[in-house]
Design a protein around this ligand. Structure first.
Ligand code: LFR
Length: 488
């Protein structure tokens, strides 16, 4: 069978990777060419991404990828987390280090925005849930700073990296939808909203859609990576969550919900049209855009960030062992609201979880295993709430929950999610973002049919694990009781 080779650059909150994807009619193989740490830096001015080190990691990774393919790649795609951006000056040089979405500069920015555009009008125009870090609020916080005043271009993180690789500027649509400046009904900019807030949409490059070309590697990049040119860069679903959803191994016609679990848990449904009702806004559901004009109707849940931060506080113990011990801790003793923005900032996580338990009159977890169990129970509970609310708000019912992303490797989290939802969970693939990235590139080269064909290929080729819900009505009532303890 003839296989075509692609490189997927996939940046996550704690590491970046360059993956080599080999695609054929019945083949979808992913191998890691290079993985490098993503270490945000606390500067006196705030929390910043070390974007140059990430870019250096990407160049190393592309060289490593090329070394396995005689220097030949059919194309490259780049995806990363959403909302953040770099600014370029008139010469196209980067102005400062991109600000991390967990930075505190957006404290109070939402209130400032809402004083001129009420939250309900914002939602009606954009369908995007409130999150303090939405690009809209970041730009409001940056208003009047010398850096923004000097900026001639704003590029979202994957678009910035693509610009360094190709010299071409653009704004990829799935990621653009997370700025809260896109109208989800048209897939175009929300001009009047931006005008009213004094946000200059002219800073953004032209919109590009997944599958569009985004240039070819610059000669200097070919030299640095020892790849044989020309190497095209293809626009993928550059928001990692959009790429992950594209790779959910659902069968054609299956009624499914998905949870993309990693640092975040993004739980919801794939829809054809946005849900812009007041109920939807009150439930803090977002209408981000996916491939092929779909809507990712989902809620942001803090995800394994809660555990990652505790593990860091505990001096990096062995996580496998910790999860093993957590599985033996009695369930649902204490839960916290895993959608609460109070858990957004880094540092002191165990203390914040303890405080939340105390404030709701629940036992404070006394050991790392107990805290871990509290976190996983809380995530499962939040997954369940999001999937139930999504079905109600969108008028849909689902039979299966697909868990993709790194958290799909966490058997306890998957089982607890199945138990809480009372639905079977199909876990995997863990590298969904990289696979979705590769599949969109493959489709752009004519190797793939529609979305269902892409998903069928994932389902045929990737190892998946099925978790059946345990327990009956009585156990299900325990989850209701736990939810009631933290209900606002
Ligand atoms: C996941 C993710 C989420 C987004 C958050 C911040 O990696 O992309 O979808 O809400 O990061 O950008």
């Amino acid at each position: 069978e003839h296989l075509t080779t692609f490189a997927a650059v996939d940046l996550g909150a704690s590491s970046g990777r360059v993956m080599v994807g080999r695609v054929g009619r019945d083949t979808l193989e992913l191998t890691e060419a290079h993985r490098f740490p993503n270490r945000p830096v606390h500067l006196p001015e705030g929390l910043r991404w070390d974007i140059l080190s990430l870019y250096a990691g990407i160049l190393d990774g592309l060289r490593a990828a090329g070394a396995t393919t005689d220097g030949h790649l059919a194309s490259i795609g780049v995806d990363s987390w959403a909302v953040d951006y770099g600014l370029l000056d008139a010469d196209g040089a980067l102005l400062g280090n991109p600000v991390h979405y967990r930075d505190s500069r957006t404290d109070g920015a939402a209130e400032k925005v809402w004083s001129s555009v009420p939250a309900d009008r914002l939602y009606a125009a954009t369908g995007i849930q409130y999150a303090p870090f939405n690009t809209l609020y970041q730009l409001t916080a940056a208003h009047g700073t010398p850096q923004l005043a000097a900026a001639k271009r704003l590029l979202l993180i994957p678009d910035l990296l693509t610009y360094w690789l190709t010299g071409e500027v653009g704004t990829e649509l799935t990621n653009a939808s997370t700025t809260q400046l896109i109208d989800p009904r048209t897939g175009g900019w929300a001009h009047s909203l931006a005008d009213g807030l004094g946000i200059d949409l002219g800073l953004f490059g032209p919109l590009r859609r997944p599958g569009d070309p985004s240039g070819i590697l610059l000669p200097s990049v070919l030299e640095a990576t020892e790849l044989t040119g020309p190497v095209p860069v293809t626009t993928v679903a550059s928001h990692d969550t959009a790429s992950a959803v594209a790779a959910v191994p659902a069968a054609r016609g299956e009624r499914f919900a998905y949870i993309c679990t990693g640092t975040w848990s993004l739980a919801g449904l794939e829809l054809d049209a946005p849900v812009l009702t007041e109920d939807s806004r009150a439930a803090n559901f977002t209408n981000e855009l996916g491939i092929d004009g779909t809507v990712r109707y989902l809620r942001n849940i803090m995800g394994l960030w809660l555990l990652q931060e505790c593990v860091r506080d505990w001096g990096d113990p062995d996580v496998t062992e910790l999860l093993h011990r957590a599985a033996a801790v009695p369930g649902l003793r204490s839960v916290v609201d895993a959608s609460d923005p109070a858990f957004l900032a880094p540092g002191g996580m165990e203390r914040r979880i303890a405080a939340a338990c105390r404030a709701t009159g629940q036992p404070v977890p006394a050991t790392p295993a107990e805290t871990t169990r509290c976190i996983l129970d809380s995530l499962a509970l939040a997954h369940r709430a999001a999937i139930e609310d999504a079905q109600r708000l969108a008028g849909r019912t689902v039979d299966t929950v697909h868990m993709v992303g790194g958290g799909a490797r966490n058997a306890l989290l998957c089982q607890l999610t199945a138990d809480a939802c009372g639905l079977p969970v199909v876990a995997g693939p863990a590298e969904a973002s990289a696979l979705g990235n590769v599949l969109v590139q493959a489709r752009a080269q004519g190797l793939m049919g529609d979305r269902s064909d892409m998903r069928a290929l994932v389902s045929r080729t990737q190892p998946l694990v099925r978790y059946e819900p345990r327990g009956g009505r009585a156990e299900r009532a325990d989850w209701d009781a736990a939810a009631a303890r933290i209900a606002a």
